[in-house]
Design a protein around this ligand. Structure first.
Ligand code: SF4
Length: 214
């Protein structure tokens, strides 16, 4: 099944999504850390619990990464207006071949909405990858609106999914499905290559004509 993290990996580099689909995820990032910190603070379980949980759930847990995320994390007072309904809710679509996890389901002004926890906020609106998350949850679970919580500045932003974003999200899912079948996408060299654990293999693997279409 394609996961939301494969789709966001594709936005970083299509070939990275190929490798992650094939070999799995292998890291503990600040994003992983803030999700646990957010959830445990919202549930009044405290930071020690968040750290122990992150350690237990991720074999790549890194104390330094967790502490860096914690130092930047802010829990906004305004979040009190969003009533927690559930956490880590999984939505699957057999037809689309997609499985996604929503960080929190909240109730706000009599509406039930999915909430995703992110790091730094853009100047206005939301980052494209967050709009894509909202697009995917719209096509898979029929939520027309999502909340993005930018935890490093404590900002809450709402994103409404229009027809254009649903179409873009479906196009991304289509590409990921082709990659899942074994099509290798072209390389997209960037700063990220310096940290990519697939660098050596990627350098050795030539592009094919089909790569251009992914
Ligand atoms: S090395 Fe660079 S181009 Fe290759 S998969 Fe990693 S990020 Fe993509």
């Amino acid at each position: 099944m394609i996961k939301l993290s494969h789709i966001t990996s594709y936005l970083t580099c299509p070939r990275l999504a190929y490798y992650r689909l094939k070999f799995g995820e292998d890291s503990f990032t600040e994003k992983h850390a803030v999700k646990e910190i957010y959830r445990c603070l919202r549930m009044s379980l405290g930071i020690d619990w968040a750290k122990e949980k992150a350690k237990a759930l991720n074999k790549f847990f890194c104390e330094e990464t967790f502490n860096r995320a914690l130092a930047n994390f802010k829990l906004a007072k305004e979040l009190d207006k969003f009533k927690p309904i559930d956490w880590d809710v999984v939505y699957n679509s057999e037809k689309l071949g997609v499985s996604l996890t929503v960080d929190e389901i909240v109730e706000f002004c009599n509406e039930t909405l999915p909430l995703f926890v992110a790091l730094n906020a853009p100047k206005s609106g939301v980052w494209f990858q967050d709009a894509v998350k909202a697009g995917v949850v719209a096509v898979v679970a029929k939520f027309e609106k999502s909340i993005i919580y930018y935890s490093y500045s404590g900002e809450i932003r709402v994103v409404e999914t229009d027809f254009g974003m649903k179409r873009k999200s479906l196009k991304l899912i289509e590409r990921l499905r082709m990659i899942e079948k074994g099509f290798l996408p072209e390389r997209r060299e960037s700063e990220y290559c310096r940290f990519c654990r697939f660098f050596e293999d990627c350098k050795r693997t030539p592009e094919t004509f089909a790569s251009k279409f992914l």
